[in-house]
Design a protein around this ligand. Sequence first.
Ligand code: SF4
Length: 234
Amino acid sequence: MQKSLNNPVAAVIEDFSNTLRFMARCGCKGYDPSERTYRILEDWASAKSGCRSETLEQIRNDLGDCRRCKLWKGRTNIVFGTGNPDAQLVFVGEGPGYDEDRQGEPFVGRAGQLLTKIIEAMKLSRDQIYICNVIKCRPPENRNPQPDEIKACFPFLKRQLDSISPDFICALGSVAANALLEKEVFISRVRGRFFDYKGIKVMPTYHPAYLLRNPVKKKDVWEDVQKIMKIMDP
Ligand code: SF4
């Protein structure tokens, strides 16, 4: 957490968080000393400061012509993310494919067209939500991102989510679910249930590319997104 010099309330929350960390190091008990506690405090601090910690544009500028992992070598474009910076719902995928790499936009290929249909079936448009990925450069041959690549790129997704501060995240596929739930999961076991990411409700479901290969699973995804729709503000 960064010291909030311009906001006394955020500064007090930050001091409190630092005190809790100190107490945890001293072996004090009687409270939850996990990272979740500090993340909630961090959220409070930014909410109390009454403004975003940073804008998506600032995060994109910071990313720059990124070479923080080896995927930069094969990319045509960095695929940062698109949509509403105040979205109530963010879809997080795995990483760019061929079409996304060419166009610099997430979910524009066949899987993207299917995602658009899902969004429209939810009575939403792509302008109303935000779409991004765990990694922002296309892996060779569309292979799964490797742990070092996720480690390098995930902080930027975290910052995007902090900036947008949505109520819901729909994690598309196991790479997104693993990253956001911070553990190895089988998507078939976690889909359809809400999890917590820094106070945001996370609904894992199948990736649209998987649905193209297994259309019978579309029904499951429809059930999952309906759970979001039921409690989302109209
Ligand atoms: S995948 Fe992410 S960390 Fe790696 S080069 Fe691309 S933008 Fe940078």
